[in-house]
Write a protein that binds this ligand. Structure first.
Ligand SMILES: C[S@@+](CC[C@H](N)C(=O)[O-])C[C@H]1O[C@@H](n2cnc3c(N)ncnc32)[C@H](O)[C@@H]1O
Length: 489
């Protein structure tokens, strides 16, 4: 992509391009927020679009330009989704949700752009408008332009959180109040991961209602520090002192040789009064049923994706089902209704997603000898891959995704913060946060945000999540879970 050439062409067509200071700000904002789905109003010959493409090679960038002659130039910019026509006509047909909108069209129309953009931008999304220097425009601009910018600024200041108001306006769409659950009987449990005792304490302090952790054996996170038997005992006591609950994961897919030790472990967990065990293997479930009266939670690893399977686990004695992550909201609701009060339903609301179907992955074992289903995943989905033709065994063709490499199996992180209300209505009883191997800062940040949301607080939760470095977020799980496949920032 020859950006210098695009600049030259723009000037040839008399299409003004963004100023150097706007360009710098645009780059900085894109680097900070890393949007996935960008809309540009006023693509011109593609200069600003190429800058955005260079900064975020993976993002989908849609650029709208009403001048057909210039549009042909815009169309030549690699990897852009170009739409021809007047913005107001085009959006009647193309109405996805964007997480970043760059406004650089006709100044007299800015007031009208605001209303339309507001309908296209997701909650927490960023609005970046060029040429909003009102004082300058007032002294030099035509009446219609002054009116357009004035109208735009007034609406933005009333409705958005202003991040910068100078020669450009940068603002964030406020997150709608999603909760009023404070006095609600069916407020769900907030369940946090505890990779070690310090993280357990942090999760409790930040407002988790319950924590889950594993012993040195039989959990599926061999690389988390995990708890010795003494630590499990101490952990459970600490949790109970705070009036909260402690669940111990025993979600290994056990081999015949594991069972004597599992039986012993079951008796130990019973003796220290763990509140529940999380299992995925039917043999392990049987051992706990026969030897203890501990509550049984069925792990997400058991891949429960339908109401009949859920009910079957209930018949076998499960008190709670942690659903697979590949479900749509309406399916979750149906399962909750079908199971009724015979068992509780738990779902993951935040954290890393596995590229494979609910973690059923053999790649790690195949490539490194570390068995993902016995807690040793080496995360091969985060590796960098190339393409090889069968008859040229040592020739690797790079597959270019972005300058940093090709991560074709990488997944975004799950963040269902915008949809908690819907999950509560569906009947979900426990909200689970993923991340037993994540840092203590991560635990504090994420648990605090969800505690505040569950307590009915209205605040810019995305800004809070952004205080930690995180992968881009998504609400998509397999098939667009919340309709439209909206990606959140
Ligand atoms: C300042 S130029 C854009 C320059 C471009 N962003 C860049 O930096 O390379 C403004 C462009 O907006 C286009 N435009 C104005 N009103 C528009 C509308 N309602 N819909 C689509 N394009 C519009 C104009 O044709 C013009 O090409």
């Amino acid at each position: 992509m020859d950006i210098a050439k695009i600049k030259k062409t723009s000037l040839q067509f008399n299409v003004p391009i963004i100023r150097a200071d706007t360009e710098k700000l645009l780059q900085a904002v894109l680097k900070k927020y890393k949007p996935n789905n960008i809309l540009e109003i006023g693509g011109g010959c593609g200069y600003s679009a190429s800058i955005m493409r260079k900064i975020l090679p993976e993002a989908r960038i849609t650029s709208i330009e009403k001048d057909e002659k210039r549009f042909n130039e815009l169309k030549k910019v690699e990897g852009l989704h170009c739409l021809l026509g007047d913005f107001f006509d085009v959006i009647k047909e193309d109405r996805p949700v964007y997480d970043f909108v760059f406004v650089d069209g006709a100044k007299a129309q800015y007031g009208r752009y605001f209303d339309a953009v507001d309908g296209l931008l997701c909650d927490g999304g960023i609005l970046f408008a060029d040429d909003t220097d009102f004082v300058n425009i007032k002294t030099r601009g035509a009446k219609t332009i002054v009116k357009g910018i004035e109208d735009f600024l007034e609406k933005a200041h009333n409705k958005y959180k202003i991040l910068m108001d100078d020669t450009v306006l940068i603002a964030r769409k406020r997150v709608k109040k999603t909760f009023g659950l404070s006095n609600c009987d069916n407020k769900p449990e907030l369940l946090a991961p505890a990779g070690d005792l310090e993280k357990l304490k942090a999760a409790l302090e930040c407002g988790a209602d319950a924590v889950y952790f594993a012993g040195k054996e039989f959990g599926l996170r061999a690389r988390a520090k995990n708890f010795s038997n003494n630590e499990i005992k101490e952990g459970v006591e600490l949790v109970h002192k705070s009036g909260k609950k402690a669940y111990v994961t025993v979600n290994i897919f056990a081999k015949n040789a594991d069972f004597d030790a599992i039986r012993e472990y079951a008796l130990f967990l019973q003796s220290i009064k763990a509140d529940a065990v999380i299992v995925s293997d039917l043999g392990v479930l049987r051992v706990f049923k026969d030897n203890t009266n501990l509550d049984i939670h069925i792990s997400t690893q058991a891949n429960v994706v339908n109401k009949y399977t859920a009910m079957e686990y209930v018949r076998l004695g499960a008190k709670r089902i942690i659903l697979a992550r590949e479900l749509r909201l309406n399916e979750i609701k149906e399962i909750c209704e079908f199971v009724g009060d015979k068992a509780e339903i738990e779902v993951f609301i935040h954290g890393a997603l596995c590229i494979s179907y609910s973690g059923r992955c053999l790649l790690s074992n195949y490539m490194t000898g570390r068995d993902a289903n016995r807690g040793e995943c080496a995360h091969p989905c985060r590796y960098n891959y190339a393409l090889m033709e069968e008859k040229r065994p040592n020739e690797f063709f790079p597959i270019e995704e972005n300058g940093g490499g090709t991560f074709i199996m990488n997944s975004k992180d799950l963040c269902l913060a915008p949809h908690l209300q819907e999950l509560v209505k569906a009947g979900v009883k426990s909200f689970k946060i993923e991340g037993r191997v994540k840092s203590i800062l991560y635990i504090k940040n994420v648990v605090t945000v969800y505690r505040r949301l569950l307590d009915g607080e209205q605040f810019d939760y995305m800004a809070e999540f952004d205080k930690q470095i995180h992968r881009p977020f998504t609400t998509d799980i397999g098939l667009a879970q919340f309709g439209g496949g909206q990606t959140v920032v």
